[in-house]
Design a protein around this ligand. Structure first.
Ligand SMILES: C[S@@+](CC[C@H](N)C(=O)[O-])C[C@H]1O[C@@H](n2cnc3c(N)ncnc32)[C@H](O)[C@@H]1O
Length: 353
């Protein structure tokens, strides 16, 4: 999934850093989980994973990929709706995917508030999805909830289906990357008919634990081998940038406002988006959590200066800093031309003593 700060490209580097500590398995904590990529990777490497994020849609992904071990069978639901005729070797998930993809659209919350047709008589006209895709999202989301209410799917199966929807929606959203604005004209991507795409399943036999909580509330009860933290780097909060994925995941008919139809996010604000609060929060984590190694992913352009981070972490053990250069294409202030800029991803590695 496209997500600001997604660490997909850094996974091997993070792994090498972890291996260099001498720890090959044990408990890995990913407390700013986002796409859940990092947790998934370490789950596959044999770690027991604990993860959390303020965003509910991130929790949905964590439930499906981290806590859930393998592909659920959907036995009860398949008994009711049958396997899809198109699939030669049908799995429960594939048959249900076909079933969801063939649903008739309905005029639900997404259609009414985030499509051109649905908002035609409203003060703010929004164009996040085509009317057809908006209706389809509503139909799929409603069906998943109905199945859960009728106890035709268990909790694991519910989160797997929700995760498949959350992973699929960005392929059809009429945006340039985040949901804080929509495009005036339809991007060709948005015009394609929405379908739920297959997702990966991560098997295993460990009991993992995932949370939809502020990490700052969880750190006191933590005792782990690797505490990996990947907080936001700048003052842009995540919740408003991904508000539509959050609303599709929660599907709670929220009060929304303004040009973009933003939901409230007062309880999803991160201290790491505030220059002053960020260092205090980092200090709290480094001081109060129990861990053998704390690994902080950060960025040379982040709002916490390197010298403040170093000073804070140095108090609790031996600190090592690894810089990883990469080229970023950056728009100028008018956003109309691009230039290359070398910046550094950073891994601060603290061995607690
Ligand atoms: C840089 S992103 C993490 C990206 C992630 N490592 C990945 O690869 O997708 C930061 C994440 O931290 C979450 N976040 C920020 N403050 C938080 C807090 N106090 N507790 C839990 N999650 C928080 C945001 O919602 C966002 O998903």
């Amino acid at each position: 999934m496209r997500f600001i700060g997604n660490k997909e490209k850094l996974l091997d580097k993070i792994y090498q850093t972890v291996l260099a500590t001498g720890i090959k398995d044990g408990i890995f904590c990913d407390f700013f989980s986002g796409t859940s990529n990092v947790g998934r990777f370490f789950k596959e490497k044999g770690f027991k994973v604990i993860s959390s994020d303020l965003l509910y849609f991130s929790y949905v992904l964590q439930k499906a990929y981290i806590e859930n071990n393998g592909e659920p069978k959907f036995e009860k639901l398949i008994k009711k709706i049958g396997h899809s005729a198109n699939n030669l070797f049908p799995s429960g998930f594939e048959s249900i995917r076909t079933h969801l993809n063939n649903l008739e659209g309905i005029n639900g919350f997404i259609y009414k508030n985030y499509t051109e047709q649905g908002t035609a008589n409203e003060k703010y006209k929004r164009k996040y999805f085509t009317p057809e895709n908006g209706k389809k999202i509503d139909a799929i989301r409603t069906k998943i909830e109905d199945w859960r209410n009728q106890k035709l799917i268990n909790k694991n199966e519910y989160f797997v289906l929700l995760a498949a929807l959350i992973e699929s929606v960005p392929f059809y959203a009429n945006i340039s990357g985040v949901y804080a604005a929509f495009l005036k004209q339809y991007d060709p991507r948005a015009l394609k008919e929405l379908e739920i795409k297959p997702i990966s399943f991560y098997s295993g036999n460990k009991k993992h634990a995932v949370y939809n909580q502020d990490s700052m509330e969880l750190i006191n009860d933590l005792d782990v081998d690797i505490l990996y933290i990947d907080p936001p780097y700048n003052s842009r909060q995540y919740a408003p940038n991904y508000h539509l994925l959050e609303t599709i995941a929660q599907y709670d008919n929220p009060e929304i406002k303004g040009v973009t139809g933003m939901r409230k996010y007062d309880n999803q604000k991160s201290d790491f988006c505030n220059k002053i609060k960020a260092i205090t929060a980092l200090n709290k984590i480094a001081k109060n959590a129990k861990y053998k190694y704390l690994i902080l992913s950060y960025n040379s352009e982040g709002i916490m200066p390197e010298k403040d981070i170093t000073k804070t972490l140095n108090k609790y053990g031996e600190l090592n800093l690894e810089n990883i250069d990469y080229l970023r294409f950056k728009s100028n202030n008018n956003g109309d031309s691009k230039h290359k800029k070398m910046i550094q991803e950073q891994l601060y590695v603290l061995r607690k003593v």
